[in-house]
Design a protein around this ligand. Structure first.
Ligand SMILES: [Zn+2]
Length: 355
């Protein structure tokens, strides 16, 4: 979104209307669909997530007299989105449900947007902040990495299902949230150095989520319902921050560029949030903020803080630091101000204990 749109014209914000968090609440989808007058739903899910939640969702909806069909997706590509949109039109579905992790949610979200349908987000893991945002990461769309998609009309988060998912996903979600500590500062820097639009409310909301999760690190590690809820609410807040800003800027800066760079060059990239978590430690040092406190909170949570824990070769990590800004040159960050050559990148990774 350009400055002109923000300052001159109408700034439209679409937010989720219903957000439900609680244990064993999938059945609540029926009343949500009835309340919103939906009669037919297309459920976008994967083979594993079908057994975790998709099947249950379908049964609940059918039991309540709604039409509910599943479509299984294996990747988040434009081709898959095409198949889902076709199916949604054939079914004349009122709503597209994304049930599962990032892939299913992104495909459902973009398919809903392309066919002007409503979208409901039903995450089964808490690994990233796309669960409540209006942006989708889909391969084959070229740059930028995220495209505008539908904002969920409802977000249904069953904290029991998420608590039972592998803890690695939740820890990764925390890495994504904690990374906002530098991402928001990158955005502010883009405003100061580059004249970019900066929205204080969206920025503060995102920053608050990061600080809250850092403070609650020990509780999260205990894997209690309260800990899970803290993570889920923070992820929703980050999604809302994106919707308010009309862009991913409040949630995606230098630590995310580093993660995108790893996705490009690492043989086997780690989870998005895990990479952002390691990225924020180093970017915090460049921003001259308390990177040790950030690292400590990630360690308490049990998220990776080193190249080794990411399962990524040290040389690849250093290389990723040097090419990160080039992945998305138009997004101004601390890496636009401080260009990292190989020597500087290595030193940064070494002094922060990442390598
Ligand atoms: Zn992220």
């Amino acid at each position: 979104m350009t400055n002109v749109e923000h300052l001159g014209a109408i700034h439209r914000i679409d937010l989720p209307r219903i957000v439900l968090v609680g244990e064993s609440i999938l059945y609540k989808l029926c009343s949500v669909c009835n309340e919103l007058d939906f009669r037919t739903a297309l459920i976008v899910t994967g083979k594993t997530t079908y057994h975790v939640a998709g099947k249950q969702v379908q049964r609940f909806l059918e039991g309540d007299g709604l039409g509910a069909e599943c479509i299984f997706v294996e990747d988040a590509t434009l081709e898959t989105v095409g198949k889902v949109t076709e199916k949604a039109e054939e079914l004349e579905a009122d709503v597209i449900l994304g049930v599962g992790g990032g892939r299913n949610i992104d495909v459902a979200k973009l398919s809903a947007f392309k066919t002007s349908r409503f979208f409901i987000s039903v995450p089964t893991v808490a690994s990233h902040d796309g669960i409540a945002s209006n942006l989708a990461s889909v391969k084959g769309v070229g740059r930028p990495y995220t495209v505008k998609a539908a904002s969920p009309i409802a977000v249904i988060m069953d904290s029991k299902i998420i608590a039972e998912s592998p803890y690695r996903f939740t820890a990764a979600g925390c890495g994504d949230i904690i990374s906002k500590a530098t991402e928001v500062r990158d955005w502010r820097l883009a405003h100061d150095d580059n004249g970019d639009y900066y929205g204080g409310y969206a920025g503060n909301l995102s920053l608050m989520s990061s600080e809250h999760v850092m403070r609650q690190a020990a509780l999260i590690k205990q894997k209690t319902q309260e800990g899970i809820r803290t993570v889920l609410e923070a992820l929703v807040s980050c999604g809302v921050a994106m919707s308010i800003a009309g862009s991913s800027k409040p949630t995606s800066g230098s630590a995310h560029l580093f993660s995108h760079a790893l996705d490009k060059i690492a043989e086997k990239p780690a989870l998005h949030g895990e990479q952002c978590g390691v990225g924020v430690i180093m970017m915090a040092k460049l921003h001259r903020i308390n990177w040790k406190a950030i690292r400590k909170s990630l360690q308490i949570i049990g998220a990776p803080t080193t190249a080794e824990e990411l399962g990524i070769d040290q040389e690849v990590l250093v290389k990723a630091l040097t090419i990160a800004q080039g992945v998305r040159p138009e997004r101004y960050t601390i890496l636009s101000r401080i260009a990292l050559n190989e020597t500087k990148a290595r030193k940064l990774a070494e002094t922060t204990g990442v390598i």
